[in-house]
Write a protein that binds this ligand. Structure first.
Ligand SMILES: Nc1nc2c(ncn2[C@@H]2O[C@H](COP(=O)(O)OP(=O)(O)O)[C@@H](O)[C@H]2O)c(=O)[nH]1
Ligand SMILES: *[C@@H]1O[C@H](CO)[C@@H](O)[C@H](O)[C@H]1NC(C)=O
Ligand SMILES: *[C@@H]1O[C@H](CO)[C@@H](O)[C@H](O)[C@H]1NC(C)=O
Ligand SMILES: *[C@@H]1O[C@H](CO)[C@@H](O)[C@H](O)[C@H]1NC(C)=O
Ligand SMILES: [Mg+2]
Length: 439
C-alpha cells in the first residue's frame, strides 16, 4: 500500500521523482528490509513482525506463560535485526462462559495488561494496530504450524530437533479460490498467509532462531508461528523469565477495582500491607518484606478440574475446614475465595464455615462485568489473592501459579505463598515447588 502511494507521487516533479526513487530503492532492497545495520535507523518498513497463536483449547494463564517464552525469544531475534512481537488478541476462550456481556473476542492486551510496561522488555505491538497500518490485507509471508514428532522420543532419548514434514493433522488454514490461504486469525477477515509449512518440533524456543532468520530473508518480514505452546522456555525460571514476568503488570483499571474491593471489604491497602511496588518493574528489588492484608485467600479451581484431577481437588467441606484452620492459626477472620465454581458451590462452601469467619467473593455489578469481561474479573481476583496474608492454591492450576509468582514479586515469605489444597483423605499431599524469583 505504501509502495503504491509512493509510485503515484512520482509523476509530480523531477526532484521529487529522484527523491522518491531513492527511497523506493531503499525500500525494495531486500538486504535493507532484513533490518541490517544500514536500516537500523528506525524505518518502520525495515521491521520484521512475529505473530503467534496457540492451540485454541489453552486457557488464559497458560497463554501468559507462552507469551514469556516468545518474548524472551524475540529479544534474541533482536540481536539479528529489528523484530517486533505482535500480540495475539484474546478470545474466545473456553472458560469465558458469560453470555450476558457480549462477544469476548478480538480483545487487545491493553484491556488486561499495562502494554507500556511490556514494552520495557521487548518491542511489542497489538495486532489491531498492525492491521490499521495496513489499509487492506495483512499478508503473512510464512506460517510455521508446529507439531510434535509423531514418534516422540526416539530410542528413549530426548534431543532437540526440528524437521519440515507433512502435516500430521490438517492445519486450520485453507486455500481460497484466488490462491491465497486463509484461517481463523482471531476472527479478522483481512489477514492472509502466503505459505503454511508444518514443522515437527521438539526443543527450546531458541531452536526456532535459524528458521526464522532464514525465512525472514527469503519469504518476507511477516512471520507467524502457530501452536506456540509446543516450544519450551529457553530460560525457565531464569533472569529473563522473571524480567518478562515482572513486566506483565496489569492494566490500571484492574488494579483500581481490586484496590477498591480490598479497601471496602478487607480493610487492606498496599501501604499498610507493605505490597507497594515501584512504578517501573526495572526498579524492583529482591527484598522480602510484604505483609499482606488481614485475610487468607484460597483459590478453588472447580469445573473441568473436578473431572480431570478429582484425586487432587478437595471437597468444598474440606476446603472450608482448611481455610478456617489457616485463618485461626494466623489469627485472621476474613477469608477471600477466588473460584470458577458456581453460586451454589460458593453457598455450600459458606455453609461449612463457622460464623466466626467471614467469606468474601468478588461479585462485581453487571456494568463492571460488561466492561472488564470474564478475563478482567479473573484478574481482579488474582490481584486480591496476591495481596493476602496467606495464599492456598489449587493443584497444578496455572491460575494459582500466576498468583504465586505475583506474591514472589511482591516479596512475600515463601511459606505464605507455595501452598495448595489437598484432596480429602490426603492431608499430607506434596506442596508446590518454591518458584523463587531471580533478579
Ligand atoms: N473469575 C475466576 N475465574 C477463574 C478462576 N479459576 C479459574 N478461572 C477461569 O478458568 C480459567 C482457567 O484456565 P487457565 O487460565 O488455563 O488456568 P488453569 O486451567 O487453572 O491452569 C481462567 O483463565 C479463568 O477464566 C477463579 O478463581 N476466578
Ligand atoms: C513454503 O515453505 C516451505 C518451507 O520453507 C518451502 O519448502 C516451500 O517451497 C514454500 N512454498 C512456497 C509456495 O513458497
Ligand atoms: C512462616 O515462617 C515464619 C518464620 O520463618 C513463621 O514465623 C511463620 O509463622 C510461618 N507462617 C506459616 C503460615 O507457617
Ligand atoms: C497423596 O498425595 C501424594 C502427593 O501429592 C500422592 O503421591 C499420593 O498418591 C496421594 N495419596 C492418596 C491416597 O491419594
Ligand atoms: Mg488450563
Amino acid at each position: 500500500m505504501n509502495r503504491k502511494h509512493r509510485t503515484h507521487r512520482m509523476a509530480v516533479s523531477a526532484p521529487l521523482y529522484t527523491f522518491t526513487l531513492f527511497w523506493l530503492i531503499v525500500l525494495l532492497n531486500t538486504e535493507c528490509l532484513r533490518g541490517s545495520q544500514v536500516c537500523d535507523r528506525g524505518e518502520v518498513l525495515g521491521r520484521n513482525y512475529l505473530l503467534y497463536d496457540l492451540n485454541p483449547a489453552e486457557g488464559f494463564n497458560l497463554r501468559r506463560d507462552v507469551f514469556i517464552r516468545i518474548a524472551v525469544f524475540v529479544k534474541k531475534l533482536q540481536q539479528h535485526g529489528d523484530w517486533v512481537l505482535v500480540l495475539p488478541p484474546w478470545g474466545p476462550l473456553p472458560h469465558w462462559k458469560s453470555k450476558d456481556i457480549g462477544d469476548q473476542l478480538k480483545l487487545p492486551w491493553k484491556n488486561f495488561f499495562d502494554t507500556e510496561s511490556l514494552m520495557k522488555y521487548v518491542s511489542i505491538m497489538e495486532l489491531s494496530d498492525l492491521l490499521s497500518e495496513k489499509k487492506k490485507t495483512l499478508l503473512i509471508n510464512q506460517l510455521f504450524y508446529l507439531q510434535h514428532f509423531p514418534d516422540g522420543w526416539e530410542n528413549g532419548k530426548w534431543e532437540e530437533k526440528y524437521k519440515f514434514e507433512n502435516c500430521i493433522h490438517k492445519p486450520p488454514y485453507r486455500e481460497t479460490k484466488d490462491g491465497a490461504m486463509k484461517g481463523w486469525f482471531w476472527g479478522y477477515d483481512k489477514i492472509q498467509v502466503r505459505n503454511v509449512s508444518c514443522v515437527s518440533f521438539q526443543g527450546h524456543v531458541n531452536k526456532l532462531l535459524p528458521i526464522l532468520l532464514e525465512h525472514s530473508k527469503i519469504s518476507g518480514n511477516v512471520i507467524m508461528i502457530d501452536r506456540g505452546e509446543i516450544p519450551l522456555h529457553d530460560d525457565y525460571g531464569g533472569v529473563d523469565y522473571w524480567k518478562v514476568r515482572r513486566s506483565m503488570r496489569y492494566s490500571f483499571k484492574l488494579y483500581f477495582l481490586a484496590s477498591q474491593f480490598r479497601l471496602e471489604f478487607l480493610q487492606s491497602d498496599d501501604e499498610s500491607d507493605l505490597t507497594s511496588l515501584p512504578s517501573d518493574w526495572r526498579d524492583e528489588t529482591a527484598e522480602v518484606a510484604a505483609k499482606g492484608g488481614d485475610y487468607v485467600c484460597g483459590h478453588l479451581r472447580r469445573q473441568d478440574f473436578l473431572y480431570g484431577r478429582s484425586s487432587d481437588i478437595p471437597s468444598l467441606k474440606l476446603a472450608a475446614k482448611k481455610l478456617e484452620k489457616t485463618a485461626m492459626l494466623l489469627n485472621l477472620e476474613k477469608i477471600f475465595v477466588a473460584s470458577d465454581g458456581t453460586k451454589q458451590e460458593m453457598e455450600k462452601l459458606k455453609s461449612y464455615l463457622s460464623p466466626k469467619y467471614q467469606l468474601y467473593l468478588y461479585q462485581p455489578s453487571f456494568e463492571i462485568r460488561r466492561d472488564i469481561l470474564d478475563g478482567g474479573v479473573a484478574i481482579v481476583e488474582q490481584i486480591i489473592c496476591s495481596r493476602a496474608r496467606h495464599f492456598i492454591g489449587s493443584f497444578e492450576s496455572t491460575f494459582s501459579f500466576r498468583i504465586q509468582e505475583e506474591r514472589e514479586i511482591l516479596g512475600f515469605p515463601s511459606n505464605s505463598t507455595f501452598n495448595r489444597f489437598c484432596a480429602d483423605d490426603n492431608d499430607s499431599c506434596e506442596q508446590p515447588a518454591k518458584w523463587k524469583k531471580i533478579m
